[in-house]
Design a protein around this ligand. Structure first.
Ligand code: GDP
Ligand code: IMO
Ligand code: MG
Length: 452
């Protein structure tokens, strides 16, 4: 028995038995370029948890959750806000647009979910301000055909300010009126000069108007602001069950993803510790979510992309249009090279294969198991974008299945070829499959039985 099988056995015999063994801190992260159905899996696991934490990204995320015939789309808010027994935390590593936060809360309240009393926002989190959105628009415009294809939410420009330090504003500053006003009055004239140089048509900012609008938002957010780091550390000591909700996907990680076509945070498992402030070793379980195929929104290389009828068919069947921007998502075969890389860098314990139902109806389906980069065959993700752009997928063809599988809740009831497809992914990616999702609703989920 290899060491890897040993470890797998250990996890299956302990952590997967949710009812009897405490799993204090679990995380759910995306293994592709985002939109892997993390929201659905987080929602599924939330019931057993006391606290759900967002620790990176911002309102560039779009997480969809369906249950009881209703659909919820969450962007900045942790998915836990939908359940009344859960505290939801926006941790220091998140970038917060206060206006977007309130709009999202108000939208949920209008639908009968008043969640503000269950939400905590870190005083260390950084604030997205109007100049971040303007600067991002100007920078994207200047890149022309090489634009990153961002969500336009000021995420990257806010993170850049945080790392640069001189013009950054944190939530702790936002809620102290005189500190916030003084910072805005200092930053706006400087930013206006930069923005006008970047784009002469850039709108003129009004510092006093920004102060008024953000201060009104601050008055509503103030009661939610807390030192979430201490709160989470205390919760760990009290054996509370904490669920960490990743946004974006590992291949969009600023350090480990397909740079520069990435987001500006550590969206792999590497960002949990830095973004939340809890010790790395307290995460006892990490679940990586991947679609049964691959999608990407925005620019950047995508070796297994299907820019053809098959890609269109997947896009329609999977309703692959961005939750945040509505953009059509680029679709391709399952990229096991990229997913294996993601699973390895984060050290995920298990994987979830989502949207398996979307592949029903194909005579055969393909898995990209290696790249051919100018005649060199590799199973490793290249670090240079240019090499990834040159990579041609080496495809393994496997038989498809025709049946509608969206009502199946046991793995053994799936068509044998669909089972084989999941097992092939498991084998190439090198991690056990824990959940298979066959539809957007909570109930449309197969929880794999531990294997001896
Ligand atoms: P996230 O960003 O990772 O949370 O994923 P998104 O919510 O952006 O995108 C996933 C989409 O797939 C959403 O529209 C979900 O409702 C939907 N979805 C989730 N799981 C399944 C599934 O197993 N089958 C199908 N057909 N749709 C699913
Ligand atoms: P969830 O959490 C898919 C992509 C953008 C763009 C790049 C940089 O729903 O999986 P940014 O606005 O972050 O600077 O854009 O990252 N992107 C996502 N793609 N799902 C997401 O979030 C994404 N968040 C950002 O399309 O290519
Ligand atoms: Mg999404």
């Amino acid at each position: 028995m290899s060491a890897w099988v040993d470890i797998r056995f250990l996890f299956e015999s302990t952590c997967l038995n949710w009812a009897s063994v405490p799993v204090p801190a679990t995380s759910v992260i995306g293994l592709q370029w985002g939109d892997e159905a993390k929201g659905k899996i987080v929602d599924l696991l939330t019931e057993k948890h006391d606290i759900v934490v967002r620790y990176q990204g911002g309102n560039n995320a779009g997480h969809t959750v369906k249950f009881d015939g209703r659909t919820y789309k969450l962007s900045l808010l942790p998915t836990g806000v939908l359940q009344s027994h859960v505290k939801s935390v926006i941790a220091p590593g998140v970038v917060v647009n206060p206006l977007a936060l309130l709009k999202e809360l108000d939208g949920l309240a209008a639908g009968g979910h008043d969640c503000s009393s269950r939400l905590m926002v870190s005083d260390r989190a950084h604030v997205i301000c109007p100049w971040h959105l303007l600067e991002e628009a100007a920078l994207e415009k200047s890149r022309g055909r090489e634009a990153i294809g961002t969500t336009g939410r000021g995420i990257g420009t806010c993170y850049r300010e945080k790392v640069g330090r001189t013009h950054a504003i944190r939530i702790g500053d936002l809620i102290v009126p005189e500190v916030f006003a003084s910072k805005v009055r200092q930053i706006v004239p400087f930013k206006q000069k930069v923005l006008s140089a970047l784009d002469p048509e850039c709108p003129v900012m009004d510092a006093e108007q920004i102060i008024a609008e953000y201060s009104a938002a601050a008055d509503r957010i103030r009661p939610m602001v807390a030192d979430t780091t201490t709160y989470l550390l205390d919760a760990l000591e009290q054996n509370k069950w904490i669920l960490f909700e990743g946004a974006q996907g590992s291949l969009l990680d600023v350090d480990h993803g397909t740079f520069p076509y990435v987001t500006s945070s550590n969206s792999s498992g590497c960002g949990i510790h830095s973004g939340s402030g809890i010790p790395e070793r307290s995460i006892v379980k990490m679940i990586g979510v991947a679609k049964a195929y691959t999608t990407r929104v925005g620019g950047g290389p995508f070796p297994s992309e299907l820019d053809n009828e098959i890609g269109n068919r997947i896009r329609i069947a999977g309703n692959e249009f961005g939750t945040v921007t509505g953009r059509p998502r680029r679709c391709g075969w399952f990229d096991a090279v990229a997913t294996r890389y993601s699973a390895r860098i984060s050290g995920v314990d298990s994987i979830t294969i989502a949207l398996l139902d979307v592949l029903s109806g194909f005579d055969e389906v393909c898995i990209c198991e290696a790249y051919d980069i100018n005649g060199r065959i590799t199973r490793d993700l290249p670090s240079r974008c240019e090499d990834l752009a040159a990579a041609r997928p080496v495809l393994r063809k496997v038989p498809g299945w025709k049946e509608d599988i969206s009502g199946i809740t046991e793995f053994s009831k799936l068509p044998p070829t669909a089972q084989q497809y999941c097992r092939t992914i498991e084998e190439i990616v090198g991690r056990p499959v824990e959940f298979v999702s066959v539809g957007p609703d909570r109930a449309q989920t197969i929880h794999m039985a531990p294997r001896s």
